[in-house]
Write a protein that binds this ligand. Structure first.
Ligand code: KIV
Ligand code: ZN
Length: 423
């Protein structure tokens, strides 16, 4: 605690370089936090994610995940598509009752009955949102609706206006916006904002866009839609070309302030933007001055919770939450990480809820890794002893994918070294 004495006095704590540094650092952190724009995280694990074949969940399972998403700090939980089945209706309705902080959202088509049913399912939500919309690309207009552009705008406006009679918060999606020409998209956006849309979702439904193109689309809408500042632009990207996360980041760099995403990136076909990736990208790049309200320490556990209940394994090399995301196996990398983690890691594993980085022993590992792992299981090896054990290790590792702790005991024993120190 700093005492209140004259700061001009030589012994005042503010003149102590130690405290001065602390105060300057805290001011800096405070200013950085205050100057950051918040990007809303709209989680659609229970809607777009659950559409995936084999990922179907029952209401109980969905409630467990919804509770966790709320705890994780997402801003919006898209709980389902209430008209699609009685089970989905019940899930949205039950989730609405238990979610404490997040907005709960239900999906609809631009169809009156859908909107009525969604509104009914959301009755108990503290913060209800109806997510309605229609296809706007030439292909959707021609093949799905056999309509004109004017008719699409009319239907979009009618859907938003009708949804507004039930809830204040109405998000509009322009399906296949990624392949919709920007001029027409801007007309649709302007019309639905006038009708009261609070959020404009610009989905790259088919995962077609390049990051530059998707970013430019957001910029175009920001600059050409009247009333755009009365609504939030939202990114909803699919991963058909592996660009969902990159496109969402390009979207927020160009003015969007909501990202729609799923845990582990699950979703239709190749999936959606991965929640854990966008959260950590914004966290690791403070220069973007964007952040989310997500508690990153729950990311790993949430990933496993979703993977287990959906029986959908997480690929080992998945960014942020894959088993190998913090595992090092080449000798050069291991040597660096043992000396200082930051040589080969940009994220502290603890920040995403992973206990520690893993040093995996394979035939590509070097002496530093072997000494480190041997010490972890109790052997303090001298340089000469390590040379001996390493020879045995290489013979062993050439015949095995990965050397585990039990193997280390066998290898040390087989080396028959004298005066072994037990750590
Ligand atoms: O990908 C998409 O266009 C969607 C909409 C229904 C929002 O999931
Ligand atoms: Zn989608």
């Amino acid at each position: 605690m700093l005492s209140i004495v004259n700061p001009n006095e030589e012994n005042h704590p503010l003149n102590n370089p130690k405290y001065k540094f602390v105060i300057e650092k805290e001011n800096y952190i405070y200013k950085t936090i205050m100057s950051k724009d918040k990007v809303q995280i709209f989680d659609t694990t229970l809607r777009d994610g659950e559409q995936v074949p084999g990922c179907k969940l029952n209401t109980e399972q969905k409630l467990v995940i919804a509770r966790r998403l709320d705890e994780l700090g997402v801003d919006v939980i898209e709980a389902g598509f209430p008209i699609s089945s009685p089970g989905d209706f019940t899930s949205v309705s039950e989730i609405s009752k238990i979610v404490k902080n997040a907005t709960v959202c239900g999906l609809t088509r631009a169809v009156k009955k859908d909107i009525e049913v969604a509104a009914q399912a959301l009755t108990h939500a503290k913060r209800p949102r109806i997510h309605t919309g229609i296809g706007t690309s030439d292909s959707h207009i021609k093949y799905k609706f056999n309509a004109t552009k004017e008719e699409i705008i009319e239907r979009a406006v009618a859907a938003v206006s009708y949804a507004k009679t039930f809830v204040e918060d109405v998000e509009f999606y322009a399906e296949d916006a990624g392949r919709t020409d920007n001029e027409f998209l801007a007309r649709v956006c302007e019309a639905v904002i006038k009708a009261g849309a609070t959020v404009l979702n610009i989905p790259d439904t088919t995962g077609y866009c390049l990051p530059e193109e998707y970013g430019a689309k957001m910029k175009y809408l920001k600059e050409n839609v009247h009333g755009i500042d009365n609504a939030i632009l939202s990114c909803h990207c699919h991963n058909d070309l592996g660009l969902a996360t990159a496109n969402s980041i390009a979207g927020v760099i160009n003015g969007a302030r909501q990202i729609e995403c799923t845990i582990n990136g699950i979703g239709e076909r190749a999936g959606n933007t991965s929640l854990e990736e966008v959260v950590m990208i914004l966290r690791q790049h403070p220069d973007l001055h964007l952040d989310t309200g997500v508690n990153s320490k729950l990311l790993y556990d949430t990933s496993r919770m979703v993977s287990d209940s959906m029986c959908m394994p997480v690929q080992p090399n998945k960014a942020i939450v894959g088993d190998n995301a913090f595992a090092h196996s080449s000798g050069i990398h291991q040597d660096g990480v043992i000396k200082n983690r930051e040589t080969y890691e940009i994220i502290d594993p603890k920040d995403v809820g992973v206990t520690e980085s893993a040093i995996v022993l394979t035939a590509r590992s070097g002496r530093a890794a072997l000494a480190y792992r041997a010490k972890n299981v109790g052997y303090e090896l001298t340089k000469l002893q390590l040379d001996e054990v390493y020879k045995q290790f290489l013979n062993f590792a050439d015949n095995k994918k990965e050397v585990n702790d039990d193997d280390i005991h066998l290898i040390v024993k087989a080396s028959k070294i004298q005066n072994l120190a037990i750590a």
